[in-house]
Design a protein around this ligand. Structure first.
Ligand code: FDA
Length: 327
């Protein structure tokens, strides 16, 4: 077991391994009570259930990034279905499209969608990356019409280079297109330096997958130090940093570095996950900051839920308690 795992959550490797187990998936998704637990982190299974959650978040002064849950698509029709759902989703989100001009010239979209290239077909054999890139291009064209932003999620490290190349190509036509960068990756700084120089929009997160020591820092202190170095680069650059973390130390550091670099709210934003640290989200809004909440919905919530459980032992306790209380 690595230091990072033992320092953060001793059960992390086992939970992340379970995230990839079909048998475990069947067992957990089959528990009737699971739905109640899932609701803490997931807005619902359909667009109809998502709508009031989005309306509530926007009404409270926060913006949103909506994720249609799905990953590791293994068949072409699944990728086609994901594209169709995202197109319909963006049409619905267009009703909330009220852009605001940020001080640095970024026109900020209050509604965004988050997309995993593996859901768009990236893993469909040798042609997968091209299929996913073509699907993302289709989504970008609709996003442009709907006035919605897109950020591409970062998945496991085997996909990072392809994902970044896809996003870089599409940015030529859609400069607002963003990608997430994980600071547990040893080369995160190089990526952030490039994004800062390009003036790109970029989401900075610590990283949620189980990665080998050869590519990723294993101790949480190293991941945090990497996060701070990346933040320095992004805040000092000409892009639009999206500070995706619930960690009070990172939030305070981002606020401080933004001030040092003459950035004001609207030049950067904080991001958190739906159902996590809502009080802090409100505090930041009241302090004048831009705050975006990542809101997942859909029936394919298993992998997402397992990553949230792996991040925090208390979440696992909450889950197990819900299971046993029902007996
Ligand atoms: P850390 O894990 O150190 O937690 C700091 C504090 O935050 C904890 O002490 C606790 O109070 C609270 N907290 C954190 N996680 C919690 C949880 N699950 N439940 C309850 N409280 C919790 N990852 C990735 O690999 N690819 C991606 O594309 C994204 N995208 C993304 C978007 C957004 C908007 C966010 C906020 C996060 C992601 N992530 C992600 C996930 C990210 O990499 C990371 O796993 C989590 O955000 C947890 O890390 P923190 O930075 O919050 O710090």
């Amino acid at each position: 077991m690595s230091h990072r795992e033992s320092a953060v959550n001793p059960l992390r490797p086992a939970i992340l391994a379970a995230a990839g187990s079909t048998r475990m998936k069947r067992a957990i998704t089959g528990f009737p009570v699971t739905a109640e637990v899932v609701h803490r982190f997931v807005a619902g299974e359909s667009r109809a259930e998502l709508a009031p959650v989005v309306a509530d978040l926007l009404g409270s002064g926060r913006s949103v990034s909506v994720d249609f849950l799905g990953e590791y698509t293994t068949e072409r029709p699944m990728a086609d279905d994901a594209v169709a759902e995202y197109l319909a989703l963006m049409d619905e989100l267009a009703q909330w499209n009220r852009w605001a001009n940020g001080p640095s010239g970024w026109s900020v979209a209050p509604v965004e969608v988050s997309v995993k290239l593996s859901a768009l077909g990236q893993a469909l054999g040798p042609e997968g990356p091209d299929i996913a890139a073509a699907n993302l291009r289709t989504l970008c064209a609709r996003a442009e019409q709907a006035g919605v932003w897109i950020t591409v999620d970062a998945e496991d490290h085997t996909t990072t280079a392809t994902t970044e190349a896809t996003v870089r190509n599409l940015r030529a036509d859609h400069p607002w297109l963003a990608v997430a960068t994980q600071t547990y990756l040893r080369d995160a700084e190089r990526r952030c330096a490039a994004a800062a120089a390009e003036g790109a929009r970029i989401r900075l997160c610590k990283g949620a997958y189980r990665e080998p020591e050869s590519v990723a820092y294993q101790r949480s202190a190293e991941v945090d130090e990497s996060y701070l170095r990346c933040l320095e680069l992004l805040m000092g650059g000409s892009g639009y940093p999206m500070v995706a973390t619930h960690d009070p130390v990172m939030i305070a550091a981002a606020d401080h570095m933004a001030g040092q670099n003459g950035r004001v709210p609207g030049d950067f934003e904080f991001q958190m996950l739906h159902g996590i640290r809502s009080i802090e989200q409100h505090r930041l809004v009241e302090a004048g900051h831009s705050v975006r909440v990542y809101v997942p919905y859909g029936t394919q919530w298993y992998g997402y839920l397992m990553r949230r459980l792996a991040e925090r032992p208390a979440n696992l306790g909450f889950f197990l308690r819900a299971l046993t209380e029902r007996r």
